[in-house]
Design a protein. Structure first.
Length: 296
């Protein structure tokens, strides 16, 4: 388990805020920090990685103390068992894919770890290529593999998929979930994509102005508590069409489209791109917009 308390003053585009949070993530879980820009999401990851120092804080992972400002102790970034994946890939342009991975090896670490990651991340046909010849999704797969070279206890993901199209995001989400389970990682993801966190997260922390205002499983945090039934899915509205006296709403759920018959009242506040919950009630599918708890 990782447990941390952080307090740090931040200057944001919306003014000065104080990041003041306490979190616990059980070992093996994938947790997501969700919030608007400037809420302090990336700052949390940088403090956990040791790249930024809080005014006050305490971090422990599996009983080992990484930071304790009360007594002035703290591990250097290279001493923390962390893999960090950034949005901009951060690959060395003058190195091949294999060399990028080998660069992350610790001294005397067996190079067989590289061969295993190349296989797990399906990089066999790319290992001799340079980053400028790769697509965005391929670069992100390499960045993810490089973060795992040292077999970290904690994987930090800073909106790694936000620049990719929907098909590539879904594929990379699968890769992240695969390596998360394969290497039995504890993973902390920063994301602003509701469908992504619903698909991937065991737990969500909703961050607003430096404070955690809600936490729990995705459905508990975002879903309508009155929604119940045999099934419940979350997706994105991709079309709203009127047919006679009813409407047909097409909802993208992962990589499939679900069509839901709705009334004028159901769709009056809906628009394309909205995140909705589709659930059953008295054997009929019902659609409801998910109201975000974040002030934009």
């Amino acid at each position: 388990m990782i447990s941390f308390s952080i307090c740090k003053s931040l200057q944001t585009a919306h003014g000065n805020i104080t990041l003041d949070i306490s979190c616990e993530i059980p070992s093996g879980q994938l947790a997501t920090i969700y919030g608007a820009s400037g809420a302090g999401k990336t700052t949390i990851l940088r403090i956990l990685a040791g790249l930024l120092q809080p005014e006050k804080g305490h971090i422990t992972l599996d009983g080992n103390t990484w930071l304790d400002t009360a007594n002035g102790s703290g591990l250097l970034p290279q001493k923390r068992s962390i893999g960090f994946v950034f949005q901009d890939y951060a690959l060395f342009p003058n190195m091949t894919v294999r060399k990028n991975l080998e660069y992350a090896l610790e001294k005397r670490q067996d190079k067989k770890a590289i061969d295993e990651l190349i296989e797990v991340m399906e990089l066999q046909e790319l290992h001799n290529r340079y980053p400028d010849t790769l697509s965005g999704g391929q670069k992100q797969r390499v960045a993810l593999a490089r973060a795992l070279v040292r077999k970290p206890q904690l994987l930090l993901l800073d909106e790694p998929l936000s620049a990719l199209d929907i098909d590539m995001r879904l594929k990379l989400q699968d890769h992240i979930l695969q390596v998360h389970k394969h290497y039995k990682l504890t993973t902390l993801l920063v994301s602003h994509d509701i469908s992504e966190l619903f698909r991937m997260s065991d737990k969500v922390f909703v961050l607003e102005q430096g404070k955690i205002i809600k936490e729990g499983p995705p459905f508990a945090v975002f879903s309508n508590p009155q929604a119940s039934g045999k099934f419940q899915f979350t997706g994105e509205v991709v079309s709203i069409e009127k047919e006679d006296v009813v409407y047909v709403v097409s909802v993208l759920i992962y990589n499939s489209i679900a069509k839901v018959v709705a009334t004028a009242g159901d769709v009056q506040n809906l628009k394309l791109g909205d995140t909705v919950s589709v659930f059953s009630k008295a054997f009929n599918p019902i659609i409801r917009k998910i109201e975000m708890p974040i002030k934009k």
